[in-house]
Each structure stands twice: as C-alpha cells, then as structure tokens.
Design a protein. Sequence first.
Length: 347
Amino acid sequence: MKAKEVTLLTGFLGAGKTTLLNAVIEHFKETRFAIIENEIGEESIDAGLIVKGEDDIMELNNGCLCCSLNDNLYDLLNSLWDRKDSWDHLIIEATGIADPANIAHPFLTMDQVKRGYDLKRVICIVDAELIEDQLKDHEEAIRQIAFSDVILLNKTGQVSDAYLNELQGILKTINPFAETLVAAGRDFQIRKMFARERYANFYSNPKPVWSPKGMLNLTGATLPAGKTLLAVSGQHNKHEHSDIETILVKYKESMDAEQLEHRMMVFLILQSANVYRIKGVIYSRDFQSRLILQTVGKSLSITLGDLWMPEEIKESKIVVIGKNLKIYGFDKLFRTCLHTGSENTAH
Ligand SMILES: Nc1nc2c(ncn2[C@@H]2O[C@H](COP(=O)(O)OP(=O)(O)OP(=O)(O)O)[C@@H](O)[C@H]2O)c(=O)[nH]1
C-alpha cells in the first residue's frame, strides 16, 4: 500500500493557518482530507472554524504536538491508518508556537511511520505585517521559517511592495531553500504551494523526543466512519520551550456583542502588548449563530459562525494567548460584556 501524503502547516500565532486550511479544502474539492488540528490550551476553537465537508477533523488539545510529545499522535495515526480507505491526504495544522522540526521528526526518521505516511511538504504561513516583530521576539517564528519548504507571505494588503521585497530578502536569509509565495487577498497560490515537495534529506537532526507506542500496529481505537470529530482530552500542558501561556474563560450567560466589540477595541488599543492572540466562540442571545471573536496583534474581528443546534449547550469560551496573563483582568473584562451584569464568574 502506498504511503499517504502528509502536509504540515505551520506559522506563528494568527498568521492565517486555519484560513489557508479552509481554502485548501475548498480548492481540492475531490480530495478527502484527514486533518489533525493541534491547539494550545485545553479547548479547541479552531476545529469549529474549519469548513466541514467529508473530511475527518481530529483535535489534539492536550499540549503542543512539538513538545508535549505524547502517544496521542501515534494513537491518531494508528486509528487513521485503520480507515485509510476513507481519506487521501493528511494535513496537520500545528500550533502557532510549534517547532515543526519536532513534529516532522517521526515522519522523517521512523520506518513504521514512513511506511504509512509520506511527509511531502512543510508550509509556513507568515503575517507580513507582524513577522518582523515576531522574528525579533520569538525563536519559534524563526524555526518555523527555517524548516519549511514553502513560505506563504499572507496579509500583504497593508504593506507596500517595497517592504514585501525587503521581507522576502529577510526570509531568504533565514531559509534560502524555501520557495516564497505571496498571497494576494484570498489567493493563496494553492496549486503552486502543493506542487512543491520537500528536498529529500534536507532536514538536519531534529532532536528525538517522542517514544512511540504500537505505531501502525493496526490495533488503535477504531473511529466511526464518515465525518468524525475526535477530541483527545487530557490535561493542559504548558508549552515547554516558551514563556507563552494561555488562559481559558467560559460563560454560560449571553454576551452583548456591541459591548464586546467596544471593550475589545479599547483593550487592543491600550493594553494588548502582552497578548498575541485571542480566539473565542461567543454566545449572544441576539444571534441565532455563534459569534467568532478573534484578535491578532491589534486587529479585531467578530464574525458569525455556525448556527446553534437546539440540543447544544450555549456558552462562550475564549482562549487568550500571551505572556504574563492575569486571568482576573480578563474575566473582569469579559464579565462586563455579559447581558446579566457583573455577578457572573468565569468557570
Ligand atoms: N486582513 C487579513 N486577515 C486575515 C487574512 N488571513 C487570515 N486573516 C485573519 O487573521 C485571523 C487569524 O487567522 P487564522 O486563520 O485563524 O490564523 P491561525 O494561524 O490559524 O491562528 P492560530 O491557530 O491561533 O495560530 C482571523 O481573524 C482571520 O480572519 C488575510 O489574508 N488578511
């Protein structure tokens, strides 16, 4: 049996990985994707943001794949292998602070994994507006670029052509081997991106950090056929090579969307230096759909998500990713946006 194609999607927090993933699913309509969605924090927001088709979406929330290094990835690969006839191509979306070399390691070095999974390319999506600062502040951003086969410069609308050229020069010095593509709006140059395959033997000694268990022994848990959302639950693990941390707040009470927008805008202008990313699913009684709250740097977006189903428990859950975060302050901020006032508490 031919090994299955694998694409690893990396890029710093908020660069546009999930947006690109959705565009890829849309672009290759005939391809049945299996998707492993790895998020920092114990609650997944991204899995809910992926356009659902016939694809299998699996979440790994109990730690960053590149450093929590648990057996869950192997369990997932085993169970995916059990139903290998139902999908064609595996995409792994890494967390925004992952070192892709660590995730790629078993795919490149372990015969059991290589037999079933062929890592074809590592794609790094880059936020053109924020990358220079990210490179200065976060070694992870450098590692992601250094390890990739294709670099996609995204969010290019607000930067000049001259700056884009300069950026491409900077990226070339970090990784002269990668092909750099420039997105124009929602045109991500997907065909070019997927035409690219990694150079054999280019990767240099990523540190071995996983201890596999029963890899591809065909005894992994079997998942139901068809559309599947498999949540691998577990304890939240702090990222081990970064001072980046996450907090999660949840509220059962309805939120006032206008108030939320206003508070978030003020917060982003005045206080957001240590906050890299906020992602949330918001319950507001004024809407039949969930609202999706996102911030990257100082940008804010609140959009409509999927409709609430009658049997669903309506609640808001918000993940904040940054440095030196004080849960009390965020709880207070979000509580002032609840319809019922300030007596509610996060849980
Ligand atoms: N202006 C602009 N915004 C974009 C573009 N692509 C994505 N975004 C927005 O940037 C935010 C982050 O996008 P995501 O696709 O969730 O980014 P991500 O890399 O998956 O984020 P993490 O998983 O948190 O690391 C969202 O609000 C997107 O709507 C783009 O090309 N231009």
